[in-house]
Design a protein around this ligand. Sequence first.
Ligand SMILES: *Cc1c(COP(=O)(O)O)cnc(C)c1O
Length: 389
Amino acid sequence: MKLTTDLIHLARPGQRPAPVNPPVVRTSTVTFSTLDEMRDTKQRRANGERLFSYGRRGTPTTHALEDAISRLENGEHTQLLPSGLAAINLVFMTLLQPGAHVVIADSVYQPVRRIVEGWLRPWGIAVDYFDGTPEHLSTRLRAETRLIYTEVPGSLVYEMQDLPALAAMAAERDIPLAVDNTWSSGLLMRPLEHGATISLMACTKYVVGHSDVMLGSVTANGELGRRLAEMAATQGQCIGGDDAYLALRGVRTLACRMATHADNARQLGDWLSSQPHVARVHQPSRAEHPGHGLWQRDFDGTNGLLTVEFTAETPPSRVDALVDSLTLFGIGSSWGGFESLALPCDLAAARSLDDSWSRRGPCLRLHAGLEAVDDLRTDLARAWTRLDE
Ligand SMILES: *Cc1c(COP(=O)(O)O)cnc(C)c1O
């Protein structure tokens, strides 16, 4: 069955009569009829079975969501975390020990740099950044490299990478390749299908889709999937039933929401690319994007994100005035919800290897929400006049 059909039918209660979604289970304690039953459950859990045994170890509600994310990622095991950032940390925690080395793509989600400086380096874990190409990656690998960590497309300006080529290089040296798949949300691309060993997502974004839950996921196959789950259990990582319920509800409408986000973003991108003061519009679905060919090859579609790069002469203060005058685009972090957002971004601070950004114009990331695109365009057109004041 097609993924979009599965997303509607998976992880639903089997017994009838039944609600269409699994109900919210809120509990810490799980009670058993006998001590034998309890001991047997714990034994089977120790052998790697996913069982309802204690709230922190998951409930039928969180298990249902895990199954939905596993289907989205086309993987065997999914571990849920209280945020996307916690999901990234779980991957590092599971695979890196003092003395190890990790290679990280330069275009990653900016707070990953905070993990590097605030935790990895102080704990004796060596870190190198690579520019996203297999050629550069091969010059960064060391005997102690225990993880290659990347994100496709990159955050903010959506640099593309040849994922199968990176995966082949990682596999040849037996190094796990982890990919942040938040941009695609599994619907548009599945890193495990391209040879990655781990795929993670900030479900906070499109999976939840309504900007009302923080949630992360890590998906992997086989033994590695179990190791990730064990480390999460060791660290006491778990999520609440209400959040799991809302995220599973988000999964049901993911495909149709994404189609509208993508449509709106495409139309806004076309219009913005011909506006004054715009140097370029970053969006991998645009033919002029440097990674357009890879996007066409590896992805099934696009999403609601686009980033406007203004000409180098544009004062950042005028862009700020533009943003302040928007009425339909909210000012705020994150994306993937039903609403439109605008956020100025500092690419010079977000990249270590590409110094061209210090000479380029200011950038403004937009998330196209589910509003009527004509209204979004009108809002932007009115705000654009602020650039000339
Ligand atoms: C937002 C985001 C995260 C972090 O997710 P949170 O749930 O906000 O912690 C991680 N990776 C990417 C690519 C993101 O956009």
